[in-house]
Ligand binder design. Structure first.
Ligand code: SAM
Length: 351
């Protein structure tokens, strides 16, 4: 695992899910969504209001954004009947505003606040938009529940989630997409784990986590901005974009180099999803597994033989699913997780 992803990897392994989102990151993302919130019930279901900047953000913006109701619940893993919900719906102190000076209504929950519990699901059903940073270790289940109850959401997850076989189809079928995101996809969170705050803590008191993204199903202008296709395929650059050996598509190793003169299928890195505009491209599949490929292909015996004869030591085998190619120097290559895309417009003169 790359060192950059170590913190998140560790968190998943040890189920250490206590990473607290900073106010500035919430503000930077949510400012793009204000229009969606008028008259809506917002639910932060992984948020202890004592620590959650999500709760604070929505209390501050209750009135300006015209919210109808704000609810938060949080998880108490060691106390079966302890957790509570917090709600704000009205101006309790009569000063004409709903803000942090109003007393929220506190209700005891008959459970520990697990987002999957009956009590939390009941609150989920009453809500319109769910906004939070859920536990990384339960991301698949968390998203599945939002889908099951047909909820709108803005949530934080890690970049690897794009490749999960439960998550990728939702992105491919435009049921969810990426938000504006963190600078360089790097998030800084506060967390109570001393053992993490050692090597990669580049900001005082905060944990640096690479590959962090916002996932949403609320429409945002970013989603309709087309990718500037800066590359050229046909002007003597074919070698730069090798054709896969086992799948009819070309390898585009950087999203910034998608060729503007190529109309066939292209394999692009998963970071392409950050630039994906559904009016411009269709997504055919992803090469990580047979489940996510439109036409599942394996690396094949011949390719693996060449690969090994060239000294390749990667953990690849002939029956492994994925695309492969030979580079300009004839070197056998297996690119990591490619999204297979095709532009939607047609070449001049084609139907
Ligand atoms: C990544 S932290 C984010 C906390 C908070 N949402 C924020 O952004 O500051 C995820 C939170 O989910 C909570 N959590 C873990 N498992 C949970 C569950 N099953 N149901 C609800 N919350 C859970 C953890 O206690 C943790 O506080």
């Amino acid at each position: 695992m790359a060192a950059r992803n170590k913190n998140l990897g560790n968190a998943k392994k040890a189920k250490k899910d206590e990473f607290y989102t900073q106010r500035v990151d919430i503000e930077n993302e949510l400012c793009h969504y204000a229009d969606h919130f008028r008259d809506k019930v917002v639910y932060c279901n992984c948020d202890d209001p004592v620590t959650s900047e999500f709760w604070q953000f929505f209390v501050r913006n209750f009135k300006p954004w015209g919210l109808k109701r704000l609810i938060a619940t949080h998880y108490e893993p060691d106390a079966a009947n302890y957790s509570y919900s917090l709600e704000i719906t009205e101006d309790t102190n009569g000063d004409g505003y709903i803000d942090i000076h109003d007393e929220p209504t506190v209700k005891q929950l008959p459970c520990n606040g697990d987002f999957r519990s009956a009590a939390c699901i009941e609150l989920l059903q009453q809500s319109d938009i769910v906004v939070t940073n859920p536990p990384f270790s339960l991301f698949r289940e968390y998203v599945a529940q939002l889908m099951e109850y047909n909820k709108k959401f803005i949530i934080i997850g890690n970049q690897n989630a794009i490749t999960y076989k439960e998550i990728f189809p939702l992105l491919k079928d435009n049921k969810m997409w990426l938000g504006y995101g963190f600078d360089g996809n790097i998030g800084f969170f506060s967390a109570p784990y001393e053992d993490y705050a050692v090597s990669s803590n580049h900001r005082e008191g905060l944990i640096r986590v690479s590959g962090v993204m916002w996932f949403t199903n609320l429409d945002i202008p970013k989603r309709h901005q087309t990718l500037d296709m800066r590359g050229n395929y046909y002007r003597g650059n074919e070698e730069k974009y090798p054709h896969y050996d086992n799948y009819d598509a070309i390898e585009v190793s950087k999203t910034t180099e998608v060729p503007g003169d190529y109309y066939g299928v292209m394999g692009v890195p998963i970071t392409f999803m950050n630039k994906y505009c559904p009016e411009q491209f269709e997504i055919l599949g992803m090469t990580a597994s047979a489940d996510t490929m439109d036409k599942p292909v394996q690396l094949g015996e011949d390719f693996i033989q060449v690969y090994r004869s060239q000294g390749g030591t990667g953990h690849f085998s002939a029956n492994m699913y994925g695309v492969c190619y030979y580079d300009q120097d004839g070197k056998a290559k297996v690119p990591y997780g490619r999204i297979l895309i095709r532009r939607k417009d047609k070449k001049e003169g084609e139907d």
